[in-house]
Design a binder for this molecule. Sequence first.
Ligand code: SF4
Length: 291
Amino acid sequence: MSIDADVLLPWFDRYGRELPWREPECTAWGVLVSEIMLQQTPVARVRPIWIEWLSRWPLPSSLAAASHGEVLRAWGKLGYPRRALRLHAAATAIAGEHDDVVPSDVDTLLALPGIGAYTARAVAAFAYGRRAPVVDTNVRRVVARAVHGAGDAGPPSTTRDLADVEAFLPAENARAARFSAALMELGALVCAARAPRCPECPIADRCAWQRAGKPAYAGPPKQVQRFAGTDRQVRGLLLDVLRGTDAPVDRPALDIVWSQAGQRDRCLDSLLVDGLVEQTVDGRFALPGEH
Ligand code: SF4
């Protein structure tokens, strides 16, 4: 069982969303920024921040020249702010070692700091039209259902997942790249995690899960991503305080955001370790480089 490009691509031509990073004039740098931002944040929240970033930092070298503090402020509420520093590190390497041009081949992209298996292939495919399996959560789910007849994808395995998708990517570069985008879009718009819209699905008549009578997911339980009360929430609240001021703040200004001292201290420590917050010599706290 595979996924028929002759069916999926016309569907994508008709229903794929118009997104600024999919426009022909979007640079490879714009694609790289979008891919890092989109990894854990929905399109609607990424779009305005992406537009702002590209207008402020149109080249890797312009982002590389910004301070960590500026970058974290501009990251705003996208969440998982370590991504902002990863992007800054990648921009610095591209500016310094690649003449300010985002590399086009997967191995060179993988050698950049902060660029993993997914991002390297997404940039090769979407910025340069290369044939490279691009496997995110949406793609894993579509493949699990349409190809393997399972209700959902099991635990990720980069090697297995890449080989899985590689096996049915079209041979020609540009077509394979567009197929990858189409597969992701199908997972985002139609083959949704909780309620797949099978009657609207272009590949429904060849979907293995449909054909098998939609058996329930039988793999290991999925982790439910909650937010309220997590360290992620507390870290976000602490960073909000620092983003809201130009000067270092005293400890009490941070302490008021969360009442549980143990969790608050742990989160502040982890922000310091991650380089997202720095402590001044007199014991106050600031965004990196802003003291
Ligand atoms: S038919 Fe349903 S389960 Fe199969 S790929 Fe389409 S949306 Fe997903």
